[in-house]
Design a binder for this molecule. Structure first.
Ligand code: GYE
Length: 366
């Protein structure tokens, strides 16, 4: 083998050597790169882990993990309201019910209306239905009576329902409901007595007959108590008092029965317009002039009372505002969004006299 051939063989070996060398080098480079990659990967993972631990420490130090999920902000369209109405006993109640239905439509609230038919057991059963109803997030209660609510209110609280009282207060602890929106019935009663004193200012005797609302309701209890707080200022005596369940028919029947016993009465204190209108019918049938021979004072100031004032048969109507829905829905939305509320949000109201009836009646919504 001559030198050239030896050289070409060396070149081949050299080339083969080179290729091996460069592939080794490549392989080592690749291994090093991979190693470096792994190292940086591990470093990255470690850094991430440290970051995670650090942020958990910070989050826990700032009060738990919930902070991460922003609380839901409710709007009226998220509200599903279970409304427990007392029943449909008269003009005031009809206006109150209409206020809830119309305002719910305007605001896009899903309203589930429950008519308790003036039966407390039915109302409590309806309350439990709304507690079980997963859709309902707000329960609005117009309580038929002041007592008997503690248990269902605790159940509602345990079920996460927001409870708002409207129209009538109850005797349960105010920690069991968000707020109460309604009138100061005791103040209405006191205002009623002050007005009755004016009506009987020239009357030697001041015998007054009281027609009471449904027994056990805050409206009936507080109006009666408020009236009694002030009646002594002018020597008024309540000589007869009986429930007529807010109804015109029973108001008439009770007054008729009393008139059969005696006509020694100077005024009727009717705890709502309907019972007063019933008494007016009974007085007329007994030959007496309502508003003249016997003064008539009522509560609510619905259109029926204004018409009787215009007829001169009713002297004074102490207003009780039934249009409570806007205030109630606003409060319920605030409560759903975790805002704290005063435990009582008074309703706006006034006192109306027969002399102003013609001007005011056209402006009345109920
Ligand atoms: O006076 C009467 C209704 O709770 C204020 O209930 C309401 C009373 C109102 O039946 O007319």
């Amino acid at each position: 083998m001559n030198r050239r051939e030896k050289c070409s063989v060396n070149e081949v070996e050299l080339e083969q050597l080179w290729r091996n060398l460069s592939s080794k080098v490549t392989y080592q480079n690749q291994r090093r790169e991979k190693k470096e990659m792994n190292v940086s990967k591990n470093l990255f993972k470690a850094a991430l882990a440290v970051l995670l631990v650090l942020s958990m420490v910070v989050i826990t130090a700032c009060g738990g993990t919930q902070a991460t999920t922003a609380p839901k902000v409710y709007t009226y369209k998220d509200m599903v309201v279970g409304f427990l109405q007392t029943g449909s006993e008269g003009g005031w109640r009809a206006a109150n019910t209409a206020s809830f239905k119309e305002t719910a439509t305007q605001l896009g609230i899903n309203l589930k209306f429950y008519d308790s038919q003036n039966d407390l057991a039915k109302q409590v059963a309806g309350f439990r239905q709304f507690i079980q109803d997963k859709e309902v997030n707000v329960i609005v209660l117009a309580a038929l009576e002041t007592t008997g609510w503690d248990d269902v209110l605790k159940e509602a609280q345990a079920a996460g329902k927001t409870v708002v009282l409207e129209d009538r207060r109850i005797d349960a602890a105010d920690t069991l409901y968000a707020t109460y929106i309604g009138s100061d019935f005791a103040l209405e009663g006191r205002n009623g007595a002050v007005e009755m004193c004016k009506l009987l200012a020239n009357s030697a005797s001041k015998n007054v007959w009281e027609l009471v609302g449904n027994v056990g309701s805050s409206a009936a209890k507080d109006r009666g108590q408020g009236f009694r707080e002030k009646m002594g200022d002018c020597g008024i005596t309540i000589t007869k008092s009986q429930t007529a369940n807010w109804s015109i028919t029973e108001g008439k029947q009770v007054t008729e029965a009393w008139l059969k016993e005696t006509k020694d009465v100077q005024a009727i204190f009717a705890q709502n317009d309907e019972m007063g209108l019933g008494a007016i019918e009974a007085l007329k049938e007994a030959g007496l002039k309502p508003g003249v021979d016997v003064k008539v004072l009522t509560f609510d100031a619905t259109a029926g009372a204004f018409k009787a004032m215009l007829a001169g048969e009713l002297n004074v109507a102490v207003e009780c505002n039934p249009l409570l829905a806007p205030q109630v829905y606003e409060a319920a939305l605030k409560a759903l969004n975790g805002e704290s509320l005063p435990k009582w949000i008074p309703a706006h109201q006034g006192v109306f006299y027969a002399k102003d009836a013609a001007t005011i009646l056209p402006t009345r919504k109920y």
